[in-house]
Ligand binder design. Sequence first.
Ligand SMILES: Cc1ncc(COP(=O)(O)O)c(C=O)c1O
Length: 355
Amino acid sequence: MNREIGSDFWLEKIPMKQHLEIPIWLKKYGNTVLTSSGRGAITLLLEQVNPTNKTVLLPEYICDSVIAPFRAHGYTCHFYEVKKDLSPNLESIMSIKNLGLFLHMGYFGFDTNSNLTSVLQELKKQSTIIVEDVTHTLFSNINRFTENDYYVASIRKWFGVPSGGLLASTKANLKEPVGINTDFASLREKALLLKGNYMKSGNEDLKKLYLQQFNDAEQLLEDMKCYQIDPLSLTLLNSLDVDYLVNKRRQNYQVLLDGLSDLNYLSTPVKDLKDDMCPIFFVVNINKDRDLIRKKLIDEKIYCPIHWPIPKQLCEQISTETKDIYYTTISIPCDQRNNIEDMKHIISVIINLEK
Ligand SMILES: Cc1ncc(COP(=O)(O)O)c(C=O)c1O
C-alpha cells in the first residue's frame, strides 16, 4: 500500500446499487439541488435570482472559480478585506453601497464569519441578496444567519466523488439543472479509480496518467455551465459515514494543534477546535520561505495545497492584510483517510524543518 498524505482522493470500487435520493445531511440547508460543481451551483443561482443591480461583493480571500461565474454573468465584482484571523473586515464591507448580491463564508471549517450579524441586517434593508458559501463549513454545526437567502458549496472537495456541488435555500424554491456533464463525471471517475489502483499497487506509471485526467477534468469546468450531479456521486454521498468523517478530522486536527503549537516559524490563525466544528484542513501561516517548506513536505509525500493562488482579477486591488494570507498560508491535510500516526509523522517532519 502506497503511503501519501493529502492530494487527490481516490476510489477503490463502484457500489453495485444506486441510491439517488438527496442525503439527509444535505437537507439541513433547506430546499436543496445537487450540481456537478461549486461553480455550477453559483451559475444555477445566478440564473434564477433577480437582484436590484448586477453587482456582487465577494471576500478578497477567495478561489478564482467563485469569481468566474459572476463575471460570466456580467456582474461587477467588488471585494472586501479579510483579516489575519480570517474574519471579514466590516468597515470594508460597509464602504460599498447598493449591492445586488453579497457573498460570505467561514474558512477551513470554522465560523470565522460570525461577526457579520449587524452587517447582514443592514444589507437586508437594502434588499441585497445574501449568499453563504458553505464549502469549508459543510460538516460544521453552525447556526446559520437567518439573513442568508442561499447557500452554495463544492461538495467534491471533501472525499472521492466524481462530481458534487450544492445550491440550497430555506426561503426560495429552486430550479433544477438540466443534464449531466458525462465527460467531466466519467473522466473523474476514471482518474479516481486509477488513483485507487496506484494507491494499492504503487505502480508509478499510473500516477502521470491519473494526474493528467484530474487536470483535464478541471479544464472541462471552464464552460461555466450548470449540470446535475452524476448518479455515481449521488450514490457515494448516500453511503458516506458522516460521523466517521467528522470524528476523524476533529481527532487529526487536535493532534496537529497540540503538536505544532510551540513552533516559531508556523502558527495557525484559528486557535481552537470548538465543539461542532469540522475542519477541512489545518491551515497555517508560515513566516519563513513558504514555498520551500511546502516543497520539503512534498519530498516526504505530504501534499499541502495552497488556498488559494491570488485570483488574476484581484492582483491589483488586494489589501495588504489579505495579501499576507495568500502569501503565507498552506493547508495541512487532516482528512478521514489519515490517522493519528500520519499526523504524528507530519508533526515530526515539520519540527525537523525548523532546525
Ligand atoms: C470556497 C469555494 N467555493 C466554491 C468553489 C468552486 O467549486 P468547484 O471547483 O467545485 O467548482 C471552490 C473551489 O475551489 C471553493 O474553494
